[in-house]
Design a protein around this ligand. Sequence first.
Ligand code: NAI
Length: 212
Amino acid sequence: MAKKISMAVIRRLPKYYRYLKELLDKDVNRISSKELSQIIGFTASQIRQDLNNFGGFGQQGYGYNVAELYNEIGKILGLNKEYNTILIGAGNLGQAIANYSGFQKSGFKMKAIFDINPRIIGLKIKDIEVLDIDILEEYVKENNIHIAVICTPKEKAQQIADVLVKSGIRGIWNFAPVDLHLPEHVVVENVHLTESLYTLSYLLNENEEATK
Ligand code: NAI
């Protein structure tokens, strides 16, 4: 990619991608920035500006070719590839994530699950056996793993991240409520449902104040 794209734009791309998939499923072949704006909620000029970042797929008077735009955004997001994924911490959250089939469908292939609890090790989640955390480093080194999902208690997350870094991992999807210290070549996406819930709480209260 020649031009550095701002993080704000990157954060909007998954939403474009999701809505474009819905349009494709409804056999919509082309769409104008105005129509797209009505469905997505961003302004038409915002949409044109966002998509111009990538050379602009639209044509004046025609709009966007939905399939082309969907594929291009997929490529920009790297969703045209497959990612070997592992999960660490097969508790409540870890099992829910491992059981969700949507990630597999998007190309994130769950290859192995790790835990420290002997009562969980050896169990199968969606046909994937839970392995002993002791073999994590060796497993990652030998199996071309791209992404690790951390679902352990927060006290254990950094130590696990250190092992992952040592074994050559480049991407971490972190659910533990802690900021991981990682070298620059390792990227991390933190997912904190609690932060979203606190934002909802704020909005709820603001809304109540406004409607008093
Ligand atoms: P849980 O206690 O059900 O599961 C944790 C699992 O990690 C257990 O199976 C445990 O044996 C395993 N574990 C502990 N130490 C380990 C180690 N050193 N190596 C490998 N496995 C280890 O907990 P739950 O509810 O699933 O939560 C897991 C984590 O996710 C916690 O950090 C929690 O705060 C976080 N969480 C985050 C959310 C989010 O929105 N990001 C939402 C809910 C939970």
